[in-house]
Design a protein around this ligand. Sequence first.
Ligand SMILES: NC(=O)c1ccc[n+]([C@@H]2O[C@H](COP(=O)([O-])OP(=O)(O)OC[C@H]3O[C@@H](n4cnc5c(N)ncnc54)[C@H](O)[C@@H]3O)[C@@H](O)[C@H]2O)c1
Length: 331
Amino acid sequence: MSKDRRVLVTGGAGFIGNNFVRHLIERRPGWEITVLDSLTYAGRRDNLPPSPRIRFVRGDVRNPTDVDPCVQDADVVVHFAAESHVARSIAENRVFFETDVLGTQSVTSACQRFGVERLVHISTSEVYGTALVPRMDENHPLQPCSPYAAAKAGADRLVHSYVVTYGLPAVIIRPFNNYGPRQHTEKVIPHFITEALRGRPLTIHGDGSAERDWVSVHDHCRALLTAIEAPLDRVRGKVFNIGSGRSVPILGIARTLQALLPDHDVRIECGTDRPGQVMRHTADASRAREVLGWTPKIPLEEGLRDTVEWYLAHREWWERAPEGAVREFAA
Ligand SMILES: NC(=O)c1ccc[n+]([C@@H]2O[C@H](COP(=O)([O-])OP(=O)(O)OC[C@H]3O[C@@H](n4cnc5c(N)ncnc54)[C@H](O)[C@@H]3O)[C@@H](O)[C@H]2O)c1
């Protein structure tokens, strides 16, 4: 029987955040959730299900006057809010440092000043840069290759510094590439699916050999709940990779999606490679298995099939989505 908690979810109207809110609503009936989100192009109020247990606050994590009262009312903070698109950060990146670094400073500082039971900070595997070893564990050097990754590395180490300096009860999660329902169409998997459904070719960067470790957002959400509920002495200040341990090239993803849409004439084309490209990412997630008891359960092929089905069934969601991608770097 889990203890009831008040959870603040920053960035809860975005892709992973809304899936996590849904996960909590379904699995922890006594918990109350506040979502703090400024609703940038990436956030949608209608991503959140109607529920009396969800309170929505439109506010900006860069602004302590928005953050402080929300943190004051929370037992647990799960911090997703960020500018999250690598390609956008190549075109224009000041807001990435403002939101991802200074926004994390506002949240972390409020957690320290008001005292929370736990802060779960969502970092990213992008902080590692290209893998130097077959599987990257949490001690892999941080060599961020894009402004997005550099901003997230700054935030990641900022949270670490608060653990060391103030003893903040924080956990740092480094998820590998997530996919699933309600992911903005600027990201590669929904971009490919919706381009295919619009009858357009799938354009991949370079020759499509860049590999990523793909993890279902539902598996990720399970990991986050275990990070909230694990005994503090086992997780305080720890970093956890959340990935499948298997990497698949972008071209392989495009071909799988092609096969999953047999009624569509899906063409694959190669374009120019993107600057700051990471060539391979593969997780060693053994720490999450050993400490959190977490392993991914959803095989990639099954997760992709379910994701394609979701986009097929929710055309009104993605047709209404603002065109978020910076076209020259899309996906
Ligand atoms: N999607 C992935 O594959 C992936 C992988 C690893 C890590 N992450 C990290 O997970 C987190 C969530 O990613 P996502 O894919 O759901 O992102 P997303 O872009 O879909 O959602 C981000 C949310 O944050 C909100 N937001 C942005 N700036 C804000 C601000 N200043 N104040 C308040 N809210 C703000 C947006 O409105 C949006 O709702 C991010 O921190 C990202 O770096 C994502």
